[in-house]
Design a protein around this ligand. Structure first.
Ligand SMILES: Cc1ncc(COP(=O)(O)O)c(C=O)c1O
Length: 451
């Protein structure tokens, strides 16, 4: 049974009176300023678990059959709707497979949610840093051979967590990595937050659960057209992980009032992506992007090595990408996802039109044609290359008392908070990590917490 149909049928039900939460009572009264932003329709489908609408915590009917439908589309053992983004899926996956003091191999370029999962599980991280590409200022994919070495030297590792594709779209070879994990009896969790289109188009990598990962987590809101923070968690058919354990982990962290408009949006998004219209939409998008990249003028390169083409990463042979981004913003009202002095990232997806790409191309050409771009290339140091020097595990660091000190006096102290830059949401310094002097200039506030 479709949740969307259930909602629409409910609209038509005569004289239904709701004495339940939420108290706007299906839009009987909408706070006027909220109505200006959301309209009235939204409120009609925003209710709690009324008769027949099932319960996300223990699905029995409507939600259960929707989840089965999603799982069939994704060819998973089980799939879960995430109503608090990939963040909640990553934490739930970790709570499912990791217990206090379990060892877990974690890539240093993981998203903040992985660090939060370490605090909540009490698991002990073994850090590794994927190779770094200094020309583009990004991490490369994770190599199976490196994972093999770590697993050989740390026999008691229970799980591996990696991001593929990365924020910049770089794929790791999940097939090879999963073979190594299976050999060492290690569970593989893939943060595929940026890979929600992989199931529906001709990409350089298949979805992680089809390549041997135990669990993958995908944000539908990032590239696939869903609203914030719609996402999915999938368990692979070949995994021993019990769906009931994932449900229990999600129930630990989820609200008891999930948003029905959000769940309806997940249903609509998945059905659209799976339809021939959706698949054609994705292949058109890929064509537009290919055309855009081929039309780039001399002096601009697009990253093209083993990556997801929907992530457009550009580099300028003569200019600092940060400076170009500023001009794009101020003069052309075009906002990039992020830029460093090395490169600039544009995230595309279901909402990207060929016209928008043409606009971007014209703007870039116009900027390069300007005689006086004040821009210089420096050779800055990229801090994430440094493996963290941890004094305490994330859980222990979280539980320790903290005090504030001037950042300029913090060298050699143990950091007491997550110092993080958005985007990309990868921590610069972690709680429990010894602060190395090179990091201090990159801290964007005067005082920080130490342990
Ligand atoms: C690599 C990666 N993983 C996970 C997340 C979290 O996703 P969400 O915003 O859906 O919680 C992000 C968000 O930026 C991300 O970049």
């Amino acid at each position: 049974m479709s949740l969307i149909k259930k909602i629409k049928d409910y609209y038509k039900k005569p004289n239904s009176l709701l004495f339940t939460t939420p108290s706007h009572a299906q839009g009987n009264f909408v706070i006027p300023k909220a109505e200006q932003i959301l309209g009235t329709e939204y409120f009609k489908s925003d209710f709690s678990e009324i008769e027949g609408f099932d319960n996300l915590r223990a699905p029995q009917n409507t939600i259960k059959s929707l989840l089965k439908h999603i799982s069939e589309i994704y060819q998973s053992k089980a799939s879960f709707m995430l109503i608090n983004g990939s963040t909640s899926g990553i934490i739930a996956a970790m709570l499912t497979v990791l217990k206090d003091n379990d060892k877990v191999l974690v890539a240093r370029n993981c998203h903040i949610s992985v660090y939060n999962g370490l605090v909540l599980t009490g698991a002990v991280p073994v850090w590794f840093t994927p190779a770094y590409d200094p020309h583009w200022g990004i991490y490369k994919g994770v190599k199976a051979a490196d994972i093999e070495l770590y697993l050989k030297h740390n026999k008691d590792i229970k799980a591996l967590i990696i991001t593929s594709p990365t924020y910049e779209g770089i794929f790791s070879n999940i097939s090879e990595i999963s073979e190594v994990c299976k050999k060492h009896n290690v569970i593989l969790i893939v943060d595929e937050a940026h890979g929600a289109l992989l199931n529906f188009g001709p990409f350089k990598s298949k979805p992680a659960i089809q390549l041997g990962a135990d669990i993958s987590i995908q944000s539908l809101h990032k590239t696939a057209g869903g609203i914030n923070p719609s996402a999915l968690l999938h368990i692979s058919k070949s995994s021993d992980i019990l769906p009931q354990n994932v449900q229990a982990a999600l129930n630990l962290i989820n609200t008891t009032s999930p948003s029905y408009p959000l769940m309806a949006d997940i249903e609509a998004t998945v059905n659209y992506l799976y339809s021939s219209k959706g698949k054609n939409h994705i292949s058109s998008l890929l064509k537009y992007i290919k055309h855009f990249k081929m039309s780039l003028p001399h002096g601009i390169d697009a990253y093209s090595d083993n990556n997801d083409p929907t992530k457009i990463l550009l580099k300028f042979s003569a200019y600092n990408a940060d400076n170009i981004a500023e001009i794009l913003n101020k003069k052309f009202n075009i906002e990039e996802e992020y830029s460093t002095e090395k490169a600039m990232l544009f995230i595309t997806g279901i909402g990207t039109t060929s016209n928008a790409l043409k606009h971007l191309l014209d703007a870039l050409k116009a900027i390069l044609n300007e005689a006086d771009i004040s821009s210089s290339l420096t050779n800055s140091f990229y801090l994430h290359q440094i493996a963290p020097n941890m004094q305490f595990t994330p859980r222990t660091a979280h539980n320790k008392p903290k005090k504030l000190i001037q950042k300029n006096k913090s060298a050699g102290q143990v950091c007491g908070e997550c110092i993080i830059k958005y985007p990309p949401g990868i921590p610069l310094l972690l709680p429990g990590e010894i602060i190395q002097p090179a990091f201090i200039p990159f801290i964007e506030k005067d005082e920080i917490l130490i342990i």
